[in-house]
Design a protein around this ligand. Sequence first.
Ligand SMILES: Cc1cc2nc3c(=O)[nH]c(=O)nc-3n(C[C@H](O)[C@H](O)[C@H](O)COP(=O)(O)O)c2cc1C
Length: 206
Amino acid sequence: MQQDKRITLAWTGASGAPYGLRLLECLLAADYQVYLLISSAARVVLATEHGLKLPAGPEAAQAALAEHLHYQGDKLVVCGKEDWFSPVASGSAAPKKMVVCPCSAGTLASVAHGMSDNLLERAADVVLKERGQLLMVVRETPFSSLHLENMLKLSNLGATIMPAAPGFYHQPTSIEDLVDFMVARILDHLGVEQGLVPRWGYDHRT
Ligand SMILES: Cc1cc2nc3c(=O)[nH]c(=O)nc-3n(C[C@H](O)[C@H](O)[C@H](O)COP(=O)(O)O)c2cc1C
């Protein structure tokens, strides 16, 4: 059977916009069709952390992102917050994999409680009900008991909680190295081939 190379990627208003951008870049490079959902707060964080100001409409944002990433393919689809006719809004058409990266405490709570109040929350709800793969790359510190409860609730429902917490054992020398560490772990979980960082154990033996 042919591999379903479609994925839903959501950017929310947690710190860590570079993770989301790099993940998008890698998924497009791996020839995935990416349905990208961007919360209002994510736009603010993207401008603050990366200096990238996206235009408001989904089509204009899609064009701006393609230009920023020098992407000339046709696999990037930016969806609007209330684009209820998007494939990601229905279990009959949605990709079976979704990553929320970075994931804010707010979106974590909304998804944990099935709010489905915008397309991003609805898409996550769909992946959960269809028993697909949902990765939540949560970023907050410290975590309150509420955050921890919401993470446990989602984990018990089958979602994978991946705190945005890069390791240092690959001896990073740049921010890009730290970003790639996280993105590599996410791609591994998604089953997308990557060679961003050396694998544990492989470069220590001769
Ligand atoms: C620059 C910036 C950084 C933020 N960092 C975080 C963060 O790391 N974690 C978090 O949960 N919220 C963070 N917030 C707050 C969220 O953006 C805010 O709670 C927002 O309502 C989340 O909405 P969303 O989940 O729809 O994106 C940050 C906000 C800004 C402007």
